[in-house]
Design a protein around this ligand. Structure first.
Ligand SMILES: *Cc1c(COP(=O)(O)O)cnc(C)c1O
Length: 381
């Protein structure tokens, strides 16, 4: 990069200023275990803002997904239908239970899962369908819910990207039987590391409380329902610490500001780059009229892998950091060790051609202009 240009990093955590105050209050209270002051505050925020009534604040989104796999009682030989274009945590929790993953392709206009590809994979062994809302843009939930209910198969949402995204006015995470969010430092709302499990079916609640408490009925004990708590079932340590909950609460209180800043950046790119997309130099994110996304990511989908690499290197020379995203999981060394290769052309195209641009909240107007100018310069425009 040229020396006079300040580096524009791909991502930068945005802090509201209240995180330190809340963290200090936990430290000075001396009560560091889960479920102190901030965990209930966070859970009540999710209930008020999104009507998520049955929630578990977990140590990660991955942990919330592991709880889902346990709650569905997934066994060896069961099949789970999942997108190929996603993070490993969408599927690892089911692999840990011995399931086989059947990967579905993405749509041509969006990295999200193709509902018709899901329908084609359903068989007697299918135990769940899990979808992932890429970049906080809603999957086609109307069609996916119909496919799941017609076949009587639970629908799950990996909503790691999707806090404060909506579809037909309802929050993402409220469509599946269960959903999981992430507050990892790379996401919109940051707790360091934490996640949220949302149960939209109360039938899972009682067992979830036991799994969450390392397999004990400690929850019933703390409510005075039993005299001593006992080992009732399998379980693990899934809870987020109070320190992470304190950081999360500070961020949640500023969610409107955080999302507005991201949306401003997202919309700037989308307007500024549309002229190049119209010339078919690349594909831009698809905006579903039924959805309201949270500007988690902005990306362009180049015409080839070579062009994407050249664009990212060109921008890097101008001090602009960009990032590729997922490997298509059906092409991963782990999956190919035990499965034959099957072509999923759209997922492979996103894996090869998608390039993410910086969209973090306090990106300056000058930085946005530099990114756009860099892309125009690359295409000789
Ligand atoms: C970040 C992410 C996860 C995992 O989140 P953690 O909180 O880090 O466990 C899972 N799925 C997707 C799609 C993600 O992007």
């Amino acid at each position: 990069m040229s020396n006079d240009l300040e580096l524009i990093p791909f991502n930068k955590v945005f802090l509201t200023g209240k995180e330190q105050t809340y963290l200090n209050s936990v430290l000075s209270s001396g009560n560091l275990v889960a479920d102190g002051i901030y965990t209930p505050k966070c859970r009540s925020f999710f209930s008020v803002r999104y009507q998520f009534e049955n929630t578990f604040l977990t140590s990660s989104c991955t942990a919330a997904l592991e709880m889902m796999a346990l709650l569905l009682d997934i066994q060896a030989g069961d099949e789970i239908i999942a997108p190929a274009y996603t993070f490993v945590s969408t599927v690892n929790p089911f692999i840990l239970r011995g399931a086989r993953i059947r990967f579905a392709d993405s749509l041509a206009h969006s990295p999200n899962i193709d509902p018709e590809a899901v329908a084609a994979l359903i068989n007697a062994k299918t135990k769940a369908i899990i979808v992932m809302h890429y970049a906080g843009e809603a999957c086609d939930m109307k069609r996916l819910q119909a496919i799941a209910s017609d076949n009587n198969i639970p629908l799950l949402e990996d909503a790691a990207h999707a806090i404060d995204s909506f579809y037909e006015g309802k929050p993402l995470g409220s469509f599946g039987q269960m959903s999981a969010f992430s507050f990892h430092a790379s996401k919109n709302i940051v707790a360091g590391e934490a996640g949220l499990l949302v149960l939209n079916e109360t039938k899972y609640l009682e067992r979830a409380q036991v799994l969450f408490e390392k397999g004990t009925n400690r929850k019933a004990f703390s409510r005075g329902e039993v005299k001593a708590y006992e080992w009732m079932d399998i379980g693990s340590s899934f809870a987020a610490s109070e320190l992470n909950a304190a950081c999360l609460m500070a961020q949640l209180e500023s969610i409107e500001v955080i999302q507005q800043m991201r949306l401003r950046n997202w919309n700037h790119y989308h307007t500024a780059l549309s002229a190049l997309a119209q010339k078919s130099l690349f594909q831009l994110p698809y905006i579903d009229a039924n959805g309201q996304h949270n500007a988690h990511l902005y990306y362009v989908v180049c015409r080839s892998k070579e062009e994407r690499i050249a664009l990212s290197e060109f921008l890097a020379k101008r001090g602009i950091e960009t990032a590729f995203h997922y490997q298509a999981l059906h092409q991963s060394p782990f999956y190919l060790r035990t499965h034959p290769y099957e072509s999923l052309p759209q997922a492979e195209r996103y894996a090869d051609c998608l390039l993410r641009l910086p969209v973090y909240p306090d990106l300056t107007q000058e930085a946005l202009d530099r990114v756009v100018a860099g892309i125009y310069a690359f295409f000789g425009q």
